[in-house]
Design a protein around this ligand. Structure first.
Ligand SMILES: [Zn+2]
Length: 183
């Protein structure tokens, strides 16, 4: 089932999400619906707060990057109760987008590599290293669990430029092609 995406301005995106129990009712269905929503809406990652559930869970699939960057490792997995152990390596800039901020793309600086401990959709707890665009998507989605949005990471002057666009999204004046929810 395709779920509506909560857009910038909605308070659920600013909450610190809570840990999720592995016997959370409907967990596997929730994960399935998040994948379906992410693919339909043309995202590469989707965090539970973005569908209105303030839970420590996100899904990613980096396949869409393969077209422009054949070096990308394809990672398709759910991250349940992830912990970012370490962010390291060079800083690099990438033009990010977010389903909660439709049609806005901004250069964001992040570290190149990340080590994450998480439980996947099969219930397996693991710790592993990710780099490149997979690391990028993971860091972006993890921020959602902390109530952070990528526009928090850009210089004040750029925020001023974007202000109008963000207001238009928050007020429902600018709508995405997919189902969405505003405050
Ligand atoms: Zn996002």
């Amino acid at each position: 089932m395709i779920l509506p995406v909560y857009l910038i301005g909605h308070p659920v995106l600013r909450k610190q999400a809570v840990e999720i129990s592995m016997d959370h009712p409907g967990l596997s269905e929730l994960i399935e619906n998040m994948y379906e929503t992410m693919y339909h809406d043309k995202g590469v990652g989707l965090a539970a707060p973005q569908i209105g559930e303030s839970l420590r869970l996100f899904v990613i699939d980096t396949e869409a990057f393969l077209e422009t960057d054949p070096e990308t490792e394809q990672i398709k997995t759910a991250f349940i109760n992830p912990i970012v152990e370490k962010e390291f390596g060079d800083d690099f800039v990438f033009n990010e987008g977010c389903l909660s901020i439709p049609d806005v793309h901004v250069d964001v600086m992040r570290k190149a590599e990340v080590i994450v401990t998480y439980t996947d959709e099969n219930g397996k707890r693991k710790t592993r290293n990710f780099k490149g665009l997979a690391a990028r998507v993971i860091q972006h989605e993890y921020d959602h669990l902390e109530g952070k949005i990528f526009t928090d990471k850009i210089p004040q002057i750029k925020k001023m430029v974007l202000k109008r666009k963000l207001n238009d999204i928050a007020s429902g004046k600018h709508k995405p092609f997919y189902k969405s929810v505003i405050k």
